[in-house]
Design a protein around this ligand. Structure first.
Ligand SMILES: [Zn+2]
Length: 461
C-alpha cells in the first residue's frame, strides 16, 4: 500500500509520487514573528514535523523549507505599540520561536528562511509580474496584483474577495484598487517604517504573500511537491501564492499537493487575548510536558478542528504515564533475563500502524493502535520470552520517536529504593502490615510501588 494524502486543491486523496533519488520538497508557511508563538502554531508545526519524520521513516529524502515572516504590517504595528524597532522586535520573536520549536523537539526543518534575507528574490518576482502585466501601481501606495488578470484566482479556496472574518491588517485596503480582492506585492516606503532600496519598484518593503513564493522559488524552483500550512492561511494567503507563482512562471500547478492542518480552539472558542484563553507554548509548558502537547495534537486528526482544554492536556499526561509504566515493566522483564518461552506476534500491530498512517496520516488511529498493543502485551507480559520483550520495546520506541515522544524512565532516588527493598523483604516474609506501612511511606514521598511476578517496579506518582 502506498501513502495517500488529501489534497485541498483537488479535494481528492492523492498518492505521493515517487522520485527515487530526489528529495521531496515540502514548504510550510512559517510564523509572522510579532509575538510569542501559541499552541495553535504548535499544532501546525508538530504535525508537519511528524509528517517530515514519517516520510523519512519510509526511506524518502525530504527538503523541508519554512519561511519566517520577519517584515509585515503586524510586526510594524506591534513595534509601534511597544515603542521599539520592528526589525529588532522580529529578531527577538524569531529567537523565541526557534527556542520553542527546539523545546518541542521540532527538528526536521531543513531550512528556516527569513523574508528580509530574500529581498532581491522578492523584488525579482514582483518585477516579473509587472512585466507580464499582472501587477499595477497605485501612486504613493504600492504595487498590486490584479486578480482579474488571473482567471483561476480562487481555485484553492473557492473565494475571490475578502470577508469580514479574514484576519485584520492582512487585507490590503486601498481605495484605488482595481478589484476588491487585489493584494499588495510591494508597499512603498512610509515615514518611520523599514524599507529596502529598489530603483524599479521604488523604495519599500514586500507584501506578505510574495515573501513565501520568492523563498520557495529560490530553493525549489517554480513547481514543487507539497505546500502545507494552517487552514486559516488558505484564503487569501495561499490563493495569492498560487496567483503570484503561476503567473510569474507561466507554469501550473505550483505544487502537487496542498495540505492544510485544522484550527485550534481553546475551550470551544477561537484563541484571543481579550477572551483570556490565549495560550502561548511557554504558558503550556509551565504546567505540562512537551510530550503531552505532541500526544494531544497528534491524537486528533490533522484536518479536524482541535478543541484544546485543560482536561485534554491532563488526559495526555495520564496516557504518557501508562506508556512509561509499560516501558518500566518491559525493562524489568528484560533485566530479569526471563526464561519464559511465549512469543508475541507484532505483525498485526505493525500492519495496523502502517495502514493508519498511509491513509492520509491518520495519527489518532495509529496512536490508538499503540495503546491497544500495550493493553494486549500487558495481559501476557510476564510470560513472554526475552526476544519478544526486546522486540516490543524497540518497536514501541521507534513508533514514539516518529511522534517526537521520548520517554525517560524515572530515576528513583536512593532513599526510595532502600524503602522499597525493605518493603519487599517484609512482604516476602509475609509481614504484610509492616510492608504496607512502608508502601504508604513511599507514596507520601511521591512514588508508587507495584508488585509483579518478576519483582517490584517503582514509579513517580
Ligand atoms: Zn505562507
Amino acid at each position: 500500500m502506498e501513502l495517500k494524502i488529501y489534497d485541498s486543491l483537488s479535494d481528492k486523496e492523492k498518492y505521493l509520487s515517487e522520485s527515487k533519488n530526489k528529495a521531496i520538497r515540502l514548504f510550510v508557511c512559517g510564523p509572522t514573528v510579532y509575538d510569542y508563538s501559541h499552541i495553535g502554531h504548535a499544532r501546525t508545526y508538530i504535525f508537519f514535523d511528524f509528517f517530515a519524520k514519517y516520510l523519512k521513516s519510509l526511506g524518502k529524502k525530504v527538503f523541508y523549507l519554512q519561511n519566517i515572516t520577519d517584515i509585515d504590517d503586524k510586526i510594524i504595528k506591534k513595534a509601534k505599540e511597544q515603542n521599539t524597532d520592528p526589525i529588532i522586535l522580529a529578531k527577538l520573536m524569531t529567537k523565541y520561536h526557534l527556542r520553542d520549536m527546539k523545546t518541542l523537539g521540532i527538528n526536521s526543518v531543513t531550512k528556516y528562511a527569513s523574508a528580509t534575507k530574500f529581498i532581491k528574490q522578492i523584488e525579482k518576482q514582483v518585477k516579473n509580474l509587472i512585466k507580464k502585466g499582472f501587477a499595477y501601481k497605485i501612486e504613493n501606495d504600492g504595487w498590486y496584483f490584479d486578480i482579474k488578470s488571473f482567471p483561476e484566482y480562487g481555485k484553492l479556496s473557492g473565494r475571490t474577495a475578502e470577508g469580514a472574518e479574514d484576519s485584520i491588517s492582512r487585507i490590503d485596503e486601498a481605495v484605488d484598487k482595481k478589484n476588491k480582492g487585489d493584494f499588495c506585492l510591494w508597499k512603498l516606503k512610509k515615514p518611520n517604517e523599514p524599507f529596502w532600496k529598489s530603483d524599479v519598484l521604488g523604495d519599500g518593503r514586500p507584501g506578505w504573500h510574495i515573501e513565501d513564493t520568492a523563498i520557495s522559488e529560490n530553493f525549489f524552483g517554480p513547481q514543487y511537491d507539497i505546500h502545507g500550512g494552517g487552514l486559516d492561511l488558505k484564503f487569501p494567503h495561499h490563493e495569492a501564492e498560487i496567483a503570484q507563482q503561476e503567473c510569474s512562471s507561466g507554469l501550473s500547478p505550483m505544487v502537487n499537493i496542498w495540505m492544510h492542518s485544522g484550527m485550534l480552539t481553546v475551550n470551544g472558542k477561537k484563541m484571543s487575548k481579550s477572551l483570556n484563553n490565549f495560550l502561548t507554548i511557554q504558558d503550556y509548558l509551565k504546567n505540562h510536558s512537551a510530550n503531552s502537547l505532541k500526544l494531544l495534537v497528534l491524537s486528533s486528526n490533522y484536518r479536524s478542528l482541535l478543541n484544546y482544554s485543560q482536561t485534554l492536556a491532563e488526559q495526555a499526561e495520564t496516557s504518557l504515564k501508562t506508556v512509561k509504566e509499560f516501558i518500566t515493566k518491559l525493562d524489568l522483564a528484560k533485566n530479569s533475563k526471563t526464561k519464559e518461552t511465549r512469543s508475541f506476534d507484532l505483525k498485526p500491530f505493525e500492519d495496523k500502524f502502517a495502514s493508519s498512517l498511509q491513509n492520509d496520516l491518520n495519527t489518532p488511529e495509529a496512536i490508538s493502535a499503540i495503546f491497544s498493543l500495550i493493553n494486549e502485551v500487558n495481559k501476557v507480559i510476564w510470560t513472554l520470552n526475552l526476544s519478544s520483550i526486546k522486540n516490543i520495546e524497540k518497536t514501541l520506541k521507534n513508533k514514539l520517536d516518529l511522534f517526537g515522544i521520548s520517554i525517560n524512565l524515572d530515576k528513583i532516588p536512593q532513599n526510595i529504593n532502600k524503602l522499597a527493598k525493605e518493603r519487599k523483604l517484609l512482604r516476602d516474609s509475609k509481614q504484610f502490615i509492616r510492608s504496607d506501612d512502608l508502601r504508604k511511606a513511599i507514596e507520601e514521598l511521591g512514588y508508587k510501588v507495584e508488585d509483579t511476578p518478576k519483582g517490584q517496579i517503582i514509579l513517580k506518582k
